[in-house]
Write a protein that binds this ligand. Sequence first.
Ligand code: BES
Ligand code: MN
Ligand code: MN
Length: 463
Amino acid sequence: MNNIQSYIEAHKDRFLKELIELLKIPSISADSAYKNDVLKTAEAIKTSLEEAGCDSVEICKTDGYPIVYGEKIIDKNLPTVLVYGHYDVQPPDPIDLWNSAPFEPVIEKTDLHPEGAIFARGACDDKGQMYMHVKAMEFMTSTNQLPCNVKFMIEGEEEVGSKNLSTFVKNNHDKLKNDVILISDTGMIAKDVPSITTGLRGLSYVEVEVTGPNRDLHSGLYGGAVANPINILSKMIASLHDDNNHITIPGFYDSVEELSKEEREEMAKAPFSLENYKKALDIDAVYGEAGYTTNERNSIRPTLDVNGIWGGYIGEGAKTVIASKAYAKISMRLVPHQDWEDITQLFKTHFESIAPKGVKVKVTPHHGGQGYVTPIDNIGYQAASKAYQTTFGKTPIPQRGGGSIPIVALFEQELKSKTILMGFGLDSDAIHSPNEHFGIWNYLKGIETIPHFYKYFTELTKQ
Ligand code: BES
Ligand code: MN
Ligand code: MN
């Protein structure tokens, strides 16, 4: 694979141009106004997989957005790598906070990316990272260096819970049969500190509604005499954490796996600067569960966060009113062994039980998924580790991630294979936030590293 560097050098302008074209299509899965754009993106992915050398590519219909599936089977006796990624993106709002239009990609230099970074919604999560695999495939097929079989499965509903992909996976065991699953949809510690994500958190996402009086009331005539749903909701939410920032839902921690002292010591070796962390976010202190470090709080510990809260009058000026209803959207990040459906039930029971008389409470579960951990003694991890050693000159650090890709646990359950998370993004890439970007260096480094994974994985499988 020595010539991967010269191949990238010769083709990098085109690699960038192609990604930029893909980023121009606003494939926002959460907003039905963009339906045609999401479908158009699936077509674009199909074309790029064909151009990269897949033999058969199909757009598989689902009850929601389609799954693009492509494969190249060179020899049934060789191992098969299944690549997963997603072509849908998060909504870009708040639009006002973007320095450039979210679907008109621009290249700008930043302190961390002196080579330039592409600014656009989806640049890192996940179009840019998914497209690295397409370009790595192009390199391997066009230079006759593909060492094993490849299957691509790129979906359009990851950001809204992958419901239809679950059904597709359950119904297509044979088609999706593989020896390892490879995903680039996470990050790494720093450009000079490569890392491989060995865990993802699970998720339970719920919406709550508190109803007081049957209509909005004058806050002078009725204030103080009836339960104000917004006051009550605020109190109920505040009570979900105690003074140590532990979550107060009975049974919430019952199945949480406590890491051993040794494991925690190992984790603490990963380079991390609390000062830089605070500086990057412009905060004067971090905040979280007592007894745990920042990196533990955002990876091996479960959390509960309000993602949105509304009700009453939020227009210009003042209106004296007691709203009839108040709402909040709440996410709980879970760790391995916590079952997301059990946790959703515990939340519902508890939240209903703490509602005072005078209000009604409704809890509606949205979606969720199980967490995931992978040991590092499997061939997939070893192959990935060797690939990073080759292209970064350093052994990557195993790191548990804080985000969720719920389909990964389902892959293990249904397809019985392990997933290797080779992420090339940085925490500062602002995924889901305004000004999302992906470093050109990271993009090209990903394309360079991936073919080595294929080579080492095939070699290690033969041994
Ligand atoms: N790519 C992210 C997940 C991620 C990012 C994991 C960085 C680890 C590090 C993915 O697209 C995502 O945003 N997932 C959602 C969950 C989904 C069910 C909406 C999340 O984590 O909020
Ligand atoms: Mn993603
Ligand atoms: Mn995402």
